[in-house]
Design a binder for this molecule. Structure first.
Ligand SMILES: *Cc1c(COP(=O)(O)O)cnc(C)c1O
Length: 390
């Protein structure tokens, strides 16, 4: 049995030790973290639905009607009418034939790979894809190759190299640490030509992008024929928990048969499904939330540019500030926290060496005054008459 203490010690020495902060109360911009009030810019609750009164009410009503635990897997007797209605609503919302619920996005990504891929197949992925897509490739035993970030030419090169092999191409729709949107139309064309599966993980686009909030695929006008596999999460823009895969009849039936992360796990609580149905209703009926969010993004970018800060190329609510050096990013994050502003520093190995950053995320629950407070904090820490950006 290995002694774990030295390994933990080494992590500490490398400044890679991870620790939780304690949140009291709901997910919202002004919150109590570790016992003190902060203004947070790090949640993925992009539309402010995690503590929306209608969503909370639907969650309570769901618990009254269905109890708390689902008690069994979907294939046994845990698949309630609420789960079923949510699947139908998600299919309609995303313009797909069917949708299938999973307990988390991580499990949905693993499940797709388990159901579709076997030893000898291959997976081609964007270099900056989310960790769950990389882990999905690993457990499928297919061969993983990565193409340069958002680079269709590099994907074309890999596709051409081994045209006969069964292939799944997968990409984030919106990249979680950079905020940019993948060039989906070009990627979809390449996959169609090569006869490869194409999968988009839209964890950060769903609810946020597109005319009706249906996500990155709606934003870029891509139907099910061009993107046969869509994975969306419910714990970010929709403010609840869980995930789904949407696509054609045969895809969904195959997942039900063969995705081990679907078959061998308890269904999510039905109340999460009733709450998510309410969240979808808010997404449909309150487009002003998305408009407000876009306005905050413009306000933040204009203010940060004026301060001479280095923004990344993003027009989504993920607005990272590039710092470069990991220690400098940490110092900036700590300086902001001392001013009551919670903005995490993201360092290697989560992002490539030399690209440490502050990951600012905005939410429709923020006000313009909140964004001004963040800009004021950044001005105080980054802009001094003598030195400029440190
Ligand atoms: C958060 C995230 C996931 C995982 O979703 P969970 O429901 O939180 O497990 C998957 N993919 C991407 C791109 C994500 O950002």
């Amino acid at each position: 049995m290995k002694d774990l203490a030295p390994l933990l010690q080494q992590r500490r020495a490398e400044h890679r030790y991870r620790q939780r902060r304690l949140l009291d109360g709901p997910q919202q911009p002004e919150q109590i973290i570790d016992g003190r009030p902060v203004l947070a810019f790090c949640s993925n609750d992009y539309l402010g639905l995690a503590s929306h009164p209608a969503v909370i009410a639907a969650f309570k009503a769901g618990a009254d009607r269905y109890g708390v635990g689902a008690g069994a897997a979907h294939l046994v007797n845990g698949h309630t009418r609420a789960h079923h209605q949510l699947e139908e609503a998600l299919a309609a919302f995303t313009g797909r034939d069917r949708a299938l619920l999973f307990s988390t996005g991580y499990m949905a990504n693993l499940g797709v790979a388990q159901a579709l891929l076997h030893r000898g197949d291959r997976v081609l992925q964007d270099r900056l894809n989310h960790a769950s897509l990389i882990d999905a490739a690993r457990i499928s035993e297919a061969r993983l190759q990565r193409y340069r970030h958002a680079d269709p030419d590099d994907l074309a090169r890999l596709l051409d190299r081994d045209p006969e092999r069964e292939t799944l191409v997968s990409t984030d729709g919106v990249f979680s640490m950079d905020g940019d949107v993948a060039p989906l139309p070009a990627l979809a064309d390449l996959c169609a030509r090569a006869g490869a599966w194409f999968m988009v993980d839209d964890a950060h686009g769903l609810g946020v992008l597109g005319a009706t909030g249906a996500g990155t695929l709606e934003h870029q006008g891509l139907d099910q024929a061009r993107v046969p596999i869509l994975m969306g999460t419910l714990g970010k823009g929709l403010g609840t928990a869980g995930a789904f895969v949407a696509g054609g009849e045969d895809l969904i039936e195959t997942l039900i048969q063969a995705a081990r992360t679907y078959v061998y796990t308890t269904a999510m609580p039905a109340a999460v499904a009733t709450a998510t149905l309410a969240a979808l209703q808010v997404v449909r009926t309150e487009p002003e939330r998305r408009e407000h969010l876009r306005m905050l993004v413009r306000q933040f970018r204009a203010g940060a540019t004026e301060l001479g800060l280095t923004l990344m190329d993003s027009d989504t609510p993920i607005q990272p500030l590039l710092v470069g050096d990991a220690a400098a990013a940490m110092a900036l994050s700590e300086g902001l926290l001392a001013r009551g502003l919670l903005v995490p520093a993201i360092r290697p190995p989560t992002v490539p060496a030399g690209t440490a950053r502050l990951r600012v995320t905005l939410s429709a629950a923020h006000t313009p005054a909140h964004v001004d407070r963040l800009l004021e904090g950044l001005r105080a820490l980054c802009v001094s008459p003598a030195s400029g950006m440190g």
